[in-house]
Design a binder for this molecule. Structure first.
Ligand code: ADP
Ligand code: MG
Ligand code: ZN
Length: 637
């Protein structure tokens, strides 16, 4: 918090200067302009007489006012009025106004009186000095503000207690308007949850035979798969209010706030039953208790305890169902999953190709799609995309379509949107030169290895147009729905990742290799390590040697980490090194053998900036035999 205030002051410094400069510039402008034009300054001395506001209104009514010039945001005006007693002589008077009242403006309009509102003057005369003073004033003001804030920061006396009450941090929607039809590609989860709708809609069906209605359902799945959407759909289908709150909002700085929020939430829910409570990111509060590292867990534990107490405290048949969502069920406290709490678990998985197609159909409902664009093709092109990714994809494509002033979304926009979602915004291509050439060799290196190693995913395209952080990119099309990855495939991926560096090495020499391969090398290291420690794919045999070194603060014991002895740790390192070394040697030898092909492909790439997979393979096939990577294309019905 302190940090923020410090930043604020730093930020005020330039603002203060800008204001100061602005004022001085304006000030000097004014000196220059006042002689020639007086429109922005009320001619204080020009209008001799003053008139009361009431009299001014009378004058308007009597039709004596001919024009009104309003100054200083409506604080005063110069009025021209005629005096019928004095041969309709024009009088100029000054009137103090109570402000820029809309009624006044309306009256002026109705009476057809010409009026003008002059902009507020930026610098009243004499601001030259004031402007100079203002700068330190601003700074000092900032400092005072800072001092005051830090005194009255929550946590100061008497503040924290009100927090839980005053800020109702949960949202209530009386009617979510979401139906099961809006959620696609997660049919199993939908089936499981259908019953929950019945619990909410017709509890008698269950209670009449003595069944206890479950209280809690845990939705488990990665982000973007539609957990929130499903929870809303349940409330929507059952026609009950939807209370929602995110686990991270429970966890506050002050002990007791989270717990009081939980109490509030349940109180409100009970008043509105039947209803559905949705707790997002429950792992933020529901982590295993007990491994308090660095303190600060008291609050979380209290909140969790309160949640458990509340769940136990209401009858199963009170018409409230709690749905919680997480993508880390492994870190949850086991007390949460006990019968009577979140004893039902429903997993919400990323969609397969059919699921993706149906999600695309849902989101294409309100979009104009060109006739020759098949959603099926998009579904096929997007393995690994979640529902949220697909929704985003169609939206991005629609934005691109509008930007290009087309009538409907075509495959070009979809392609561009996919690239953008995966790799970031497109940048400007490099101008021709040594670095462009080096990047070209690096990328063609990846693509060459990817094409020639049999178990590698085929190349989709190679490009020198930068995107996001990357200066050049090689795209591969991964096999759809690949659940299992073989050792050969992992090895092929390592070699593919090393292809870039190998090409730099062969063409430019060891002394000239660049930092551009940094990302590749990190990937290589991670893959090799997993092969050894996790998948048992090294000479150490099928042992899981993974230290449970995940974030210790997640609430697991610290102890599991040191299961591995120093001797084994050394062996692991050796195995990893050996594996990468062998892969790099093979990669280098392929690159050396295909040097001519490499050169030609680089020429083409530098010239065209993008080569697609087909063309790449065609050129390469003039030099060597390309292994066949035919795949069975999943059939959709
Ligand atoms: P989660 O809660 O699992 O992170 P959300 O439910 O918040 O994901 O999903 C975000 C958005 O993505 C939704 O509002 C919806 O537009 C889209 N979306 C996600 N999954 C699906 C799905 N299965 N069917 C249709 N749309 C989906
Ligand atoms: Mg969500
Ligand atoms: Zn690379």
């Amino acid at each position: 918090m302190n940090q923020r205030w410090r930043l604020l002051v730093l930020w005020m410094l330039p603002i203060g200067m800008a204001l100061l400069l602005g004022w001085q510039v304006l000030g000097s402008n004014e000196i220059r302009t006042t002689n020639t034009s007086s429109t922005s300054v009320p001619p204080a001395n020009a209008a001799v007489a003053r008139m009361s506001y009431g009299r001014f209104l009378d004058y308007i009514e009597a039709g004596r006012v001919t024009s009104v010039d309003i100054y200083e945001g409506g604080r005063n005006a110069v009025v021209e009025a005629i005096d019928p007693e004095l041969d309709n002589r024009v009088q100029r008077v000054r009137v103090d106004l109570p402000g820029l009242a809309p009624e006044l403006i309306n009256t002026l309009k109705e009476e057809g009186i010409s009026f003008d509102i002059h902009p507020v003057r930026t610098a009243p005369p004499g601001l030259g000095i004031l402007g100079n003073l203002l700068f330190p004033l601003l700074l000092i003001g900032g400092l005072i503000l800072l001092a005051r804030r830090s005194n009255s920061m929550p946590g100061g006396p008497g503040q924290a207690m009100q927090f839980g009450k005053t800020k109702a941090r949960f949202a209530m929607e009386a009617e979510t308007g979401v139906k099961f039809d809006d959620v696609a590609g997660v049919n199993e989860a939908k089936q499981d949850l259908q019953e929950v709708v019945t619990f909410l809609k017709q509890p008698e069906r269950f209670t009449s035979v003595g069944a206890q209605i479950p209280k809690g359902v845990l939705l488990i799945g990665p982000p973007g798969t539609g957990k929130t959407l499903l929870a809303k759909a349940i409330a929507g289908e059952a026609g009950v209010p939807f209370f929602s709150l995110s686990g991270s909002e429970f966890v506050e700085m002050f002990v007791g706030v989270g717990a009081s929020r939980v109490r509030d939430l349940f109180k409100r829910a009970k008043e509105n039953s039947p209803c559905l409570i949705f707790i997002d990111e429950i792992d933020a509060v529901g982590r295993q208790r007990g491994a308090g590292i660095g303190g600060g867990n008291d609050e979380r534990e209290q909140t969790l305890n309160q949640l458990l107490t509340e769940m136990d405290g209401f009858e199963g048949n009170s018409g409230i169902i709690i749905i919680a969502a997480t993508n880390r069920p492994d870190v949850l406290d086991s007390a949460l999953m006990r019968p009577g709490r979140f004893d039902r678990q429903v997993s919400v998985d990323p969609p397969d190709i059919k699921g993706r197609l149906s999600i695309l159909e849902v989101h294409a409902r309100n979009k104009k799609i060109s006739n020759d664009l098949s959603l099926e093709n998009i579904a096929r092109r997007t393995p690994g995309f979640t529902g949220a990714d697909l929704a985003n994809l169609l939206n991005e494509a629609a934005i691109l379509t509008a930007r290009r002033r087309k009538d409907s979304i075509s495959i070009t926009e979809i392609d561009d949107a996919v690239d953008r979602i995966i790799a970031g915004m497109e940048g400007q291509p490099l101008t021709d030169g040594r670095s462009k050439r080096l990047i070209a060799y690096h990328e063609v290196g990846h693509a060459l290895i990817g094409t020639l190693v049999k178990d590698h995913d085929p190349v989709q395209k190679v490009t020198l147009i930068p995107r996001g952080q990357a200066k050049g990119l090689t795209w591969f099309s991964p096999d759809d729905e690949q659940m299992l990855v073989s050792r050969a495939q992992l090895k092929a991926r390592i070699m593919g990742a090393l292809g870039g560096r190998a090409a730099e090495d062969v063409v430019f020499g060891r002394a000239e290799v660049t930092t551009g391969a940094g990302g590749d090398i990190q990937q290589v290291a991670a893959m090799a390590k997993q092969m050894v420690t996790r998948f048992g794919m090294s000479d150490l045999g099928p042992l899981s040697l993974e230290g449970d070194s995940q974030e210790v603060f997640l609430g697991r014991d610290l102890m599991t980490r040191s299961d591995i002895s120093d001797a084994i740790a050394r062996q692991i390192d050796e195995q990893i090194r050996e594996m990468v070394k062998i892969c790099y040697k093979e990669t280098l030898s392929i690159v050396r053998k295909q040097r001519e092909a490499l050169d030609e492909l680089v020429e083409i790439l530098v010239e065209k900036e993008t080569i697609d997979g087909e063309e790449f393979r065609e050129v390469l096939s003039n030099y060597t035999v390309i292994p066949n990577k035919e795949r069975t294309i999943p059939i959709l019905n």
